[in-house]
Ligand binder design. Structure first.
Ligand SMILES: *Cc1c(COP(=O)(O)O)cnc(C)c1O
Length: 374
């Protein structure tokens, strides 16, 4: 049995008639950029996250950039984020002209360590940007009071965490705003590129809407310099259809994670993700760790899976501070030991809503063979 890392074809097959109809509607109405279908998606997405406003845009990096731009983050400022995240989080900070300041993560959650946050705050800190990595909400109860105490804007990178919640409250609503990505492989994926910013702040929302469209609050009235970060009509149509299925798909991801946890327990040297208390992890990724007690290496396990037709991934093999692009930040090897230690041991197993119990059992059985212990 071949097991891919994700399976967008079978997802499309399951919703084909709805998708085809929605795309045909865009063609019939020549609603190619923004328009009523994108607006309807914005309203539905905001509601799904329990916030009043959503501004759709053309990708998740643009969403992060718009959010910080609208908060006047710029040159001379610092924005604090997690050392373990996708490059785009830091890249979007860089786009504003501000400097990304990294904070190491917690060993058990892979998310920003609130205990190390205060030491990273300086008079130049303009925003704190936790990432709900792999689909698990960061420790917002501890992070939010620190941001508040210092009078610093709290914003969220929700690119991997659509519908994830913490104490029953959806991500995106904890601070000034939350940025989402609809890259095809994300939990809610467009058929192309897409992103969005959600916020409870009407004035901030209005500025984001203007900035994504050349700084125009009204047609041909340019209040300030902006950019073109608009969403295409086709993407709004696809996302509107898929959003109706997202809650069910998310339940299925959680089910698959439970199956994995059951079938992978007690394997020496294999650490399965712990789910923090009072939060709904949405399992964008199911990341295990292969430690020294396994008697093997992460590379050997990956290879063994591949030989059995099972795909796996690394999120992420090289931390941001050790990337060539980030040399200008002046960090060195050893600066973020938890993140660096993870990078050599993590392995992302296939997880997607269409995965069956049998497929999970196949992956688990293969892992048992590959990890005999020493
Ligand atoms: C995907 C992702 C982004 C960027 O989104 P794009 O749509 O690819 O621009 C930002 N942050 C994180 C954590 C992501 O996973």
């Amino acid at each position: 049995m071949k097991i891919p890392f994700l399976d967008l074809k079978s997802q499309y097959a399951a919703i084909r008639s709805e998708i085809d109809e929605a795309i045909q509607g865009i063609l019939d109405r020549t609603e190619f950029v923004h328009g009523p279908t994108v607006r309807a998606f914005e309203a539905a997405f905001a509601e799904a996250h329990g916030v009043p406003h959503c501004a759709a845009c053309n990708n998740g990096t643009a969403a992060l950039h718009l959010l910080m731009w609208a908060l006047d983050v710029g040159p001379g400022d610092e924005v604090i984020t997690a050392a373990n995240t996708f490059m785009a989080t830091a890249g979007a900070i860089r786009l504003t002209g501000a400097r990304p300041v990294l904070v190491d993560v917690e060993e058990h959650s892979f998310n920003l360590d609130p205990g190390k946050l205060e030491a990273a705050i300086t008079p130049r800190t303009k925003a704190i940007l936790p990432v709900h990595l792999y689909g698990q909400p960061a420790e917002m109860d501890e992070i939010a009071p620190i941001a508040e105490k210092h009078g610093i804007s709290l914003i969220e990178d929700c690119a991997q965490a659509h519908l994830a919640s913490y104490h029953g409250k959806q991500v995106g609503g904890f601070g000034r705003g939350g940025a989402f990505s609809f890259y095809p492989g994300k939990n809610l994926g467009a058929y192309g590129e897409g992103g969005a910013v959600v916020t409870s702040d009407a004035a901030l929302h209005a500025r984001i809407c203007a900035l994504r469209d050349h700084g125009m609050p009204q047609k041909y009235q340019h209040a300030e310099w902006g950019h073109n970060y608009r969403m295409e009509g086709f993407q709004g149509a696809v996302l509107g259809v898929k959003l109706r299925h997202l809650a069910a798909w998310t339940r299925q991801r959680r089910q698959i994670a439970d199956w994995y946890r059951e079938s992978l327990s007690g394997i020496p040297g294999l650490c399965v993700p712990l789910e923090g208390k009072d939060r709904d992890h949405v399992y964008h990724l199911f990341v295990v760790r292969v430690s020294a007690e396994s008697g093997t290496t992460r590379e050997a396990v990956m290879q063994g899976l591949q030989e059995a037709g099972i795909a796996s991934g690394l999120h992420y093999p090289v931390p941001i501070h050790l990337q060539q692009a980030a040399r200008d930040l002046g960090y060195r090897k050893g600066d973020f030991p938890i993140t660096e230690g993870m990078a050599g041991e993590i392995l992302s197993l296939p997880i997607y809503p269409e995965m069956t119990r049998e497929m999970v059992a196949t992956v688990a059985a293969r892992l048992r063979e590959l990890l005999p212990g020493n």
